[in-house]
Design a protein. Structure first.
Length: 171
């Protein structure tokens, strides 16, 4: 047998894209998709009305603010800032929980965690700020005397005596 154009190919070829064409993904013909199960009549899926997007930003923001606020409050010097951020975390947490209850968001746990950490940071921030403020107001005269003593000190020994005196006054 000779290999002429009229002879059939030795191995059959599979249908595919012609040269210069791109392959396409196989799929069922239009209109042939199987029906998808939906929610019972009169109810919407967990996402709210069909086509609704999840709005998880408030719960996430509450959690992040609550954790940052708690860390700042425990640093004592930043407790007023931590208390303020705790207040914001509480507000965002409440909004996040309300959205989760309305099924507009699905991160209720994050919103609750932000609410709890924010509330804890708010309470600790208020307590630390008031405590430090009361302590300083109680010892304001001691600090004034210390400043005056340092101004009047002539040498290193006199300054060390001022520090000892302040230490005794603060005890």
């Amino acid at each position: 047998m000779t290999d002429t154009p009229s002879d059939p190919p030795q191995y059959p070829t599979q249908p595919g894209p012609q040269p210069g064409q791109y392959p396409t993904q196989p799929g069922p013909p239009p209109g042939q998709y199987p029906p998808q199960p939906g929610p019972p009549p009169g109810q919407y899926p967990a996402g709210g009305y069909p086509g609704a997007r999840r709005r998880n930003g408030m719960g996430t923001a509450a959690l992040v603010l609550g954790v940052v606020a708690l860390v700042l409050v425990l640093l004592l010097i930043f407790s007023p800032l931590g208390g303020f951020l705790g207040l914001l975390a509480v507000i965002f947490g409440i909004v996040g929980v309300v959205r989760a209850n309305r099924r507009e968001a699905d991160n209720r746990g994050q919103a609750v965690a932000g609410l709890v950490t924010g509330g804890l940071a708010l309470l600790l921030g208020i307590w630390f700020t008031v405590s430090v403020g009361v302590w300083f107001s109680t010892h304001v005269n001691d600090f004034n005397r210390f400043g005056q003593c340092l101004d009047d000190a002539a040498g290193q020994a006199a300054r060390e005596e001022c520090v000892r005196q302040l230490s005794q006054d603060l005890e």
